[in-house]
Design a protein around this ligand. Structure first.
Ligand code: C2E
Ligand code: CA
Ligand code: CA
Length: 626
């Protein structure tokens, strides 16, 4: 159109120019002049009009461009954008994004979009959104949109837009699909709060759940009870059968526990062999006691794993809120302390928390602190238990057993402090100390006139794997002057489960030094016998649990007999430990056991007493000709 006006303007200008030409060369004619002026006015108007129209065209083009750009932005925006009127009806909605797909399934033009949006979110959130809009406030939050099967998570912002007089005119909703992020966050949450192996909530989760029950406050009237469950003998089963078997035991235990607790009670896997049950608010002590008995029964049932029948038991500790503590961490520690007390009484039982009980963790840490200084404070002492040759009844040697005199901790037994020394790595230094002092002692006895005795020293697996056992042995022999053939190292089956080239090499080097190697606690580890062939053991020690009922149980006799025969077939000497009476000694002798040790002869005794014992024993032998 603008061009048409421009053309008219040019045409009229041409007419004007022609008229002006004729005026100049022809005599004055007013009619012609008027015509020329009119043509000039029209052409000027046409010219101006064409300019206005061109400007308008450009503006419209610009607007179209902007609209197109905005449309593109809205269409390709990953956020859902909605414009609602003040009655919350949809005025505009962008498309092309995943979260909208869910909303659109439910969407009809008559619906209020906010209602569709909040259809599947909690009543609480729905009210929050409406309240914010009513109060002309912005609302930000998370929404779950969709039905039960198909839903997505949106991070939404609902902004009321006010007109000049401050009244609600529109509502802008902007929502971003955060389903993917939410899925990752959920997975991280699961990793952080659940045990990967059993799928049960972990310690972290349990702590939070207990604390939130306490914070809720409705528990303060009736209180609630915690039951800490710890499986007995797991460390031992791990050493002998390996962690895969232990893992299966944990999974099976979880199933058994699950069947024992109600849905409203928390069952958590605290880690390793520890579980926790939080009884619902209102459960009384008697109910907790009954549940504890049920759990003990369930744990006593045999576990069948990889063709093994494994028998374990559990130790349970119970504590009550609010009587035994008013915060989750304290309550957890108290339940553990009660469990520990049950374990100390022999396990397979439950205890209620009483004041003064300390948790395993606290005790272990305290023990570790004391152990660190035990050598420099001269708290260790070696005791010696005689080992007798059954063939001629002569004293053959001694087994060295470590004693720790620590009054603060009440002189813990090796069964208590050796595992702590092993876990903390302190066993490496302690083991070296034992080795050196034992060798020196036996040499001192030889020098003082006692016959040359062999000395058996207990060695922990950690000394083999983490310490320089070969160098330590070489040094102890060299420094004491003890002939290598008189030194014997006692090793348990646990070490051999991980059959590594390094361990084999260490065995070879030790044999090259000329010392003896003995397999300790034989028969308790269920482990395969194949390593008897592979490792150069000189002797095996039948565990005292076999010997203890050898005189009362026919089965143990048959088994002990088989072990002795097998040991001999591998060219090994067989030593029976824990011999307490003459009947046991007789049976062992009949089955050609080579050596014995036990309370029948002497408990482990300090070096000073040992010399007197050895002299008395030698005299008794000569006088009785036994
Ligand atoms: P172990 O090597 O099996 O030691 C034998 C245990 O049986 C000793 O317990 C000993 O006192 C006890 N015993 C000896 N004769 C009899 C008996 O006739 N009847 C009964 N019922 N028990 C008897 P202890 O001294 O408490 O040592 C326990 C465990 O601690 C030892 O078991 C050994 O594994 C470990 N241990 C002791 N000293 C050391 C050490 O210096 N280094 C390492 N690594 N471990 C040690
Ligand atoms: Ca031993
Ligand atoms: Ca033993």
């Amino acid at each position: 159109m603008a061009y048409l006006f421009l053309a008219i303007a040019f045409a009229l200008s041409a007419v004007l120019s022609a008229v002006a030409y004729f005026v100049l060369i022809t005599p004055y004619d007013p009619a012609l002049l008027m015509l020329a002026t009119l043509a000039a006015c029209i052409s000027l108007t046409a010219f101006c009009l064409s300019g206005v129209l061109e400007r308008h065209r450009l503006l419209r083009k610009q607007l179209e461009q902007t609209n197109e750009q905005q449309g593109l932005l809205l269409a390709h925006n990953s956020s859902a954008l909605m414009l609602l009127d003040k009655y919350l009806n949809v005025e505009f909605i962008n498309t092309n994004h995943s979260s909208l797909g869910v909303i659109k399934a439910n969407y009809s033009n008559d619906d209020s979009l906010l209602d569709i949006w909040t259809e599947n979110v909690s009543e609480e959130t729905r009210q929050q959104v409406h309240k914010a809009v009513d109060e002309k406030r912005e609302w930000r939050g998370e929404l779950r949109v969709g039905d039960k099967k198909k839903y997505r998570y949106l991070a939404a912002t609902v902004t009321p837009i006010l007109n000049d007089s401050g009244e609600l005119a529109h509502v802008v909703v902007c929502a971003e699909d955060i389903s993917e992020h939410k899925a990752i966050a959920d997975r991280l949450f699961i990793r952080e709060h659940y045990n990967v192996l059993t799928g049960l909530p972990n310690r972290q989760f349990a702590l939070r759940a207990i604390q939130s029950t306490i914070n809720d406050g409705d528990s303060s009237n009736s209180g609630f009870i915690l039951i800490h469950i710890d499986l007995d003998r797991i460390r031992y089963i791990n050493d002998s059968l390996g962690h895969q078997v232990v893992d299966k035991i944990f999974v099976e235990t979880t199933e058994r526990l699950r069947r024992s607790v109600r849905d409203d009670q928390i069952l958590a896997h605290l880690g390793a062999d520890e579980f926790l049950i939080v009884l619902s608010v209102g459960n009384c002590i008697d109910e907790a006691g009954i549940l504890a008995e049920t759990i003990l029964d369930k744990c006593r049932e045999p576990f069948y794993v990889n063709h093994h029948e494994v028998n374990i038991s559990a130790s349970l500790g119970l504590c009550k809120y609010p009587e035994d503590g008013d915060d989750s961490t304290v309550l957890m520690r108290r339940a553990e302390a009660a469990m520990f007390s049950a374990k100390e009484k022999g396990g397979d039982r439950f205890s209620f928390y009483e004041e003064g009980m300390s948790s395993e963790t606290e005790l272990r840490l305290e023990m570790e602190q004391h152990l660190r200084h035990a050598i420099e404070r001269d708290e260790f002492k070696l005791h010696y238990q005689p080992v007798i040759n059954l063939e001629d009844n002569k004293l053959r040697g001694v087994e060295v057993l470590l004693r720790w005199h620590n009054n603060v901790l009440g002189n813990p037994t090796p069964d208590r402090f050796i595992p702590v020394a092993e876990q903390s790595g302190l066993i490496i230094g302690i083991g070296k100390w034992v080795l050196e002092h034992a060798c020196q002692q036996v040499m001192a006895w030889t020098r003082s006139g006692l016959p040359a005795l062999s000395v058996a020293v207990n060695i922990s697996a950690k000394q083999f794997t983490d310490g320089d056992i070969v160098e330590n042995v070489r040094y102890a022999l060299q420094q004491s002057g003890l002939p290598a053939a008189q030194l014997e190292l006692e090793i348990t089956e646990g070490l051999l489960i991980n059959d590594t080239p390094e361990i084999r090499d260490t065995f070879k080097q030790l044999k090259t030094l000329g010392i003896h190697l003995s397999l300790d606690d034989f028969g308790t580890g269920y482990a395969s016998l194949s390593y008897l062939k592979r490792y150069p053991f000189d002797s095996l020690k039948i565990d005292k649990s076999f010997v203890s009922d050898i005189d009362s149980c026919g089965d143990s006799v048959t088994l002990t007999n088989a072990i002795i025969a097998m040991g001999h077939s591998f060219n090994m000497k067989v030593i029976a430990e824990g011999v307490e009476n003459l009947n046991q000694r007789r049976i062992l002798r009949e089955h050609h056991c080579d050596m014995v040790q036990g309370f029948l002869y002497s408990p482990p005794i300090p070096a000073e007493q040992f010399v007197a014992w050895a002299k008395r024993y030698a005299e008794m032998q000569t006088s009785q000709h036994v």
